[in-house]
Structure formats: C-alpha cells, structure tokens
Design a protein around this ligand. Structure first.
Ligand code: ADP
Ligand code: ADP
Length: 228
C-alpha cells in the first residue's frame, strides 16, 4: 500500500513541484499518472522510489515512511521495489542475464536460485533466448523488456514506471504494456507516468491527473483527458 499525506515538494531553486497531495493506492492496483509537461508527475514518481524527498508531509510505502528514511537504508528499501525508466538504464557492459541477475547477486541469493529466477523472468518477458546478448545488440523494445525483467526479479510488491513507452514505437509500446498487465495480474501494484493517450484510453485503469503539483482528477477506469 502506498499513501501520501499532505505532501509538498519545493526544489532548492525555489520551484514548488508538488503542492499538497493526499492519495492512497492499494496493493494490486494499476495506476496511470497523467498531466501536462512540468505538472509534477516525475517528482511524484521519484518520491515513491525515494529519489526525491518531500519538503513536508509523509509518504508510506508498505509501512516504510520515506520522508523519514535514513539515507543508508535507501538501498534496502529499493530492493523491495521495481523501477522502470524511459531510457532503460541497463548496464552496457553486462549481458542481458547479468543485468537481471545483478539485483539478486547484491543480496547474495543462492547461485542456483539466481539462475532459476533470472531465466524465469526472462521467459516472462520473452527474452530467454537472448540471455547472452549485450543491451546494444537489442532493439529498444527488447531493452525495455530486460529492464522490466530486472525490475521484477526480486518479486517486489510495487513497480514504478516513468514513461516506460516514451522511447518506443506504437507496436512495441503495446507489447510492453501487455507485460505490465501480466505483472499486475499476478498481484503487483503498478504506478506508471505516461503520455500515451491511446494506451490509457484502451487498457483502462485508475487515472490520477496532476496539474501544478496537485491532483486535479482521480478516477477508477479513467480516460487520458488531454489532447497530448
Ligand atoms: P513532469 O514530470 O510532469 O514533467 P516534473 O516533476 O519533472 O514534471 O517537474 C515539475 C516542476 O519541477 C517543473 O517546473 C520542473 O521544471 C521542476 N523541476 C523538476 N525537477 C527539478 C529539479 N531537480 N530542480 C529544480 N526544479 C525541478
Ligand atoms: P525493432 O525493429 O523491433 O526495433 P531491430 O530492427 O532493432 O528491432 O532489431 C531486430 C532484431 O535484430 C532484434 O531481435 C535484435 O535483437 C536484433 N539485433 C539488432 N541489432 C543487433 C546487433 N547489432 N547485433 C545482434 N542482433 C541485433
């Protein structure tokens, strides 16, 4: 469960990016975060994976108060969370397998378990046969699938995605969305910032619209609501 209570975020340069957000997201929900550029979507999302800290207010994710989380505890917190970015952020010198295994190696999981789990998630994203390839040998859609595999390898309860289809063509974007649907169907909460009107209006889920750092609309099975 994710809860924000009276959250405000002002950056050091004086910009108030989030201006009073109260919201609750239950385990297993799929939530789209929409709104114009500069509305505060990325800041909202970054606070959920503790990349940014609120200036005031509380953010609770599965019982952890991120507003009070000590810096040295951030890596432990992130282990229980999946994060997917628009630009994939894969490690370029590691193979597909190694990129996905990394998160399990840092927690010193059993080698046998690592191998089984990595191949299981690569199978889920349809890339088992490319385990030995490097990210540069893959198409953009394939790289995003690797990054999704990496995000779920630790079996997190929550996956946060910031414009995961932003760099992909329409067909590839639908394929990526099908994988997120599958992950959500298995019980994982998904919070996704997106500008993809067609996807939001077709694969309907809860829509939270942010403008000027505030929630201006929050609908279960909502529409995208902007021209683009
Ligand atoms: P969105 O993701 O909806 O485009 P952002 O959260 O990126 O919105 O930005 C919200 C506001 O905060 C914008 O005015 C943006 O310029 C500002 N902003 C974002 N990141 C920073 C930062 N690191 N430092 C200062 N201002 C920032
Ligand atoms: P898409 O049209 O989906 O963006 P690409 O045309 O980039 O895909 O690639 C098609 C296939 O060729 C993919 O399966 C990809 O893994 C493979 N491929 C692309 N570039 C290379 C490369 N430099 N070395 C090996 N395989 C590659």
């Amino acid at each position: 469960m994710i809860e924000m209570q009276e959250v405000y975020k002002k950056y050091p340069n004086g910009v108030s990016a989030i201006n009073g957000i109260d919201v609750r997201i239950e385990q297993g929900e799929f939530v789209y975060v929409v709104g114009p550029s500069g509305a505060g979507k990325s800041t909202f999302i970054k606070m959920m994976y503790r990349e940014e800290v609120p200036t005031t207010g509380n953010i609770l994710v599965n019982g952890v108060n991120l507003a009070k989380l000590k810096l040295k505890k951030v890596p432990i917190y992130r282990r229980n969370l999946g994060v997917v970015f628009q630009d994939f952020k894969l490690l370029p010198k590691l193979t597909v397998y190694e990129n996905v295994a990394f998160a399990l190696e840092v927690i010193e999981a059993q080698p046998k378990f690592i191998k089984k789990r990595v191949m299981e998630v690569l199978d889920l994203v349809g890339l088992k046969h490319k385990a030995r390839m490097l990210p540069t040998e893959l198409s953009g859609g394939e790289q995003q699938r690797v990054s999704i595999a990496r995000s779920i390898v630790n079996s997190p309860k929550v996956v946060i995605a910031d414009e995961p289809t932003g760099n992909l063509d329409p067909d590839t974007s639908w394929e990526i969305m099908n994988i997120f649907e599958e992950i959500n169907n298995r019980g994982t909460t998904i919070v996704m910032a997106t500008h993809n009107k067609e996807i939001v209006n077709t694969i309907q889920h809860r829509v939270i619209a942010i403008e000027g750092g505030k929630i201006v609309r929050d609908e279960s099975k909502g529409e995208y609501g902007y021209e683009n």
